[in-house]
Every structure is written in C-alpha cells, then in structure tokens.
Write a new protein. Structure first.
Length: 364
C-alpha cells in the first residue's frame, strides 16, 4: 500500500439531448474540456483514467499541501471556464449541446489515504478503501454544483485557510453505507467563476459586396430553417450532399468561427474556413472562405437560409470571386454547375432527415 492524494475533477450540466448530432457535439465539447483540465495538471498527478465526464488523478507520497491543492483546483477551474467562454463566443452550431455550454459546471473532490496499484495489460489501475471513499464523496450534501470538497483526511477537521483567494470554507459530514461518517470541508466557487473575464471579441471581417460577376443559386426546401442550417454547417455530413467528395479532414469539435476543414473532391483539396455567421428570426447567413489548394484559388461562399414557413425554407448560395484571384471562366462555370447539383442533394438530405425523424417520433 502507498500513501496517496486523490483528485477528481468532475464535469456536470449536460442533461438530455434530442438528436444524435447533439450527443456527438456534447461528446466533442466534454472531451475538449477534459483535455483542458488535464493540461493544467501542475502538481504531477498521475492520470489514472477518464471516468465519463470526470478525471481520476492520484499522486503517491506525501500530500503537496492544502494550499497547493487548492491552487491546483483553481487553475483547472479557471481554464475550464475560460474555454467555455471561448466556445460560447465562437460556436456557429445551434444544437442544444452547443447552446447550453453555459450550464456546464466543475467540482473537485480531494481525499488522501492509501491505495495499491495493479496492472491490466499495459494499464495501471489503483484500488483500495480510500479510492472508494473518494468516489463516494462525489455524492454529497454540498449545496450548488461548483465547489472544492476536501476530506478530513487532509484537513484533520481544522478550518481551511489560504491567502490566495477569498474562499468561504464550511464543515460538513456525510454517512455512507459500509464506510460510516466521512467529514470534509467545502467551498463554493461561484465567486471565482463570476470574476473570470470575457474573452476579447473576434474581429468582424469586412466582406465585399455582391458584384455582377458573382453567382447566386437558390432552392426551396421542405424543412424548417433551423434544420436546413444545422445540416449545412455539419462538417461530417458534407460527404452526404457534395458531389464527388471522398472524405473530410477536420479536428473533431463543434463548428466554430475560424475552424478549418479540408474536403477531398474530384481530385482537389478544398480548405473551408468559417468566417462569419449572422442570425435573424427569419434568416441565417453563413460565410465561409474556400481555398482550392491545387489551383491556388479562393472564393467566398455566402449561404442564406430564409424562413418561408414552419416547414419550408429557401437556401441560397452566392459564390463571391475574390479580387486577388483570377479564375478562368470555364472553371468557374463548371464549379457553379456542380454546386447547383450539390444544393439539390442538400435539399433531398434535409427532407429525408425530417421525414425519418417524423416517423421515429410517430413510433415512440
């Protein structure tokens, strides 16, 4: 058995989701936030495993001290909420998961005791009664959703005082079957969260006005405006409606301003960058820059999704030639012809998805 300090940062706040897309996006967001927490590990805790929306850390040997442990938690907490603010600023996705990131919370459980390690193949696991106690402490009577809970094994029942943050520590104890009473101190982190500044605003790019040489294609879709928009911006669905597309290379995350993805289409690589979105009750505008990497050419795509009714929309695409690039007219005309077919495919995809969702709803 080895002496050890156990640290469990635990994310909560995502509840139920209405579609597969929202489940996927919530997973992307949680994974991103877990990576942020792990990157802020400054006390050389051993990463034992990821347990759903929580991280299990432990550090063998003597405790690094109460003040160092609290500083570690605050460092993770601030990085977590700074990233949430960046996600909220940049996201262009309107699904439930992406729009409710402000509901996410982070709490910390800290316990000290003894554990023993064992190996399963190449993985190192830890076990023991103190590991069980640390996990039981995740279920407690602490009010609120964001706090640091430090068990009596570290505080010895004494008042917790640190000089770096104005934290109000309270004493409590909970009863657990087969374990008994476990005393602890806890402090709410609401004041820390409120003090985290907003990220700087992104530059609002000045976009060129539509010119006579630009081309606009439109099509009506028997699907709600929001559904059409969500299908349009879903990077993974591009292979379902863009002709000739073989695959998409991208960093799995929710769709945000500034993110890039590369589409492999008809022997060409097209690098798409999300530039800007504008949301209005009756219309959504979505701008992306597209570089044809082999042709050293760039265009600006402006998608406009307009509400025509509860179940009807119009989607328009304006292909804006960039002044700094010259595209031969026959290449441009071929590109426009292909995009017209793509919009037909997008229409079919949106309508089929809506019909399928209606059938599933009727079965339930």
């Amino acid at each position: 058995m080895d002496k050890a300090t156990i640290l469990i940062p635990d994310i909560s706040g995502f509840t139920e989701f209405l579609s597969q897309t929202e489940i996927e996006h919530s997973t992307h967001i949680i994974n991103e936030l877990l990576e942020i927490i792990i990157a802020e590990n400054q006390l050389d805790f051993f990463l034992s495993e990821i347990e759903g929306d929580a991280v299990l850390f432990y550090r063998k040997g003597e405790s690094p001290g109460i003040e160092a442990l609290i500083e570690q938690c605050l460092r993770m907490f601030k990085a977590f909420h700074r990233q949430l603010k960046v996600i909220a600023r940049d996201t262009v996705c309107q699904c439930g998961a992406c729009q409710m990131t402000h509901n996410l919370n982070l709490k910390f459980i800290i316990h000290a005791g003894e554990l023993f390690e064992y190996k399963i193949n190449r993985f190192v696991k830890a076990s023991g009664i103190d590991m069980i106690i640390a996990h039981r402490l995740l279920k407690n009577q602490v009010p609120g959703d964001e706090y640091i809970l430090m068990s009596g094994s570290l505080t010895g029942g004494k008042e917790v005082l640190i000089s770096t943050e104005a934290l109000d520590w309270q004493y409590a104890a909970d009863q657990y079957p087969s374990i008994g009473s476990v005393p602890y101190h806890y402090t709410a982190l609401s004041s820390i969260r409120e003090a985290i500044p907003e990220p700087p605003e992104r530059d609002n790019p000045a976009l060129e006005q539509i010119r006579p040489d630009d081309r606009t294609l439109s099509i009506e879709v028997n699907a709600p405006m929001r559904h059409v928009y969500q299908t349009l911006v879903n990077v993974e669905k591009r292979v379902l409606w863009v002709n000739g597309m073989k695959k998409v290379d991208w960093q799995p995350t929710n769709e945000r301003l500034g993110t890039k993805h590369v589409c492999f289409t008809n022997g060409l690589r097209l690098e798409h960058t999300i530039i800007k979105t504008e949301f209005k009750p009756e219309e959504i505008r979505y701008y992306e820059k597209v570089k044809f990497l082999e042709l050293l050419t760039e265009v600006m795509n402006l998608y406009q999704v307009k509400r025509l009714g509860e179940e009807r929309s119009e989607i328009s695409l304006t292909i804006k030639m960039q002044k700094s690039y010259l595209i031969p007219r026959f290449i441009f005309n071929t590109m426009v012809k292909g995009i017209k077919s793509d919009l037909e495919n997008l229409k079919t995809l949106c309508e089929n998805e809506l019909q399928q969702a209606t059938r599933l709803s009727a079965v339930k």
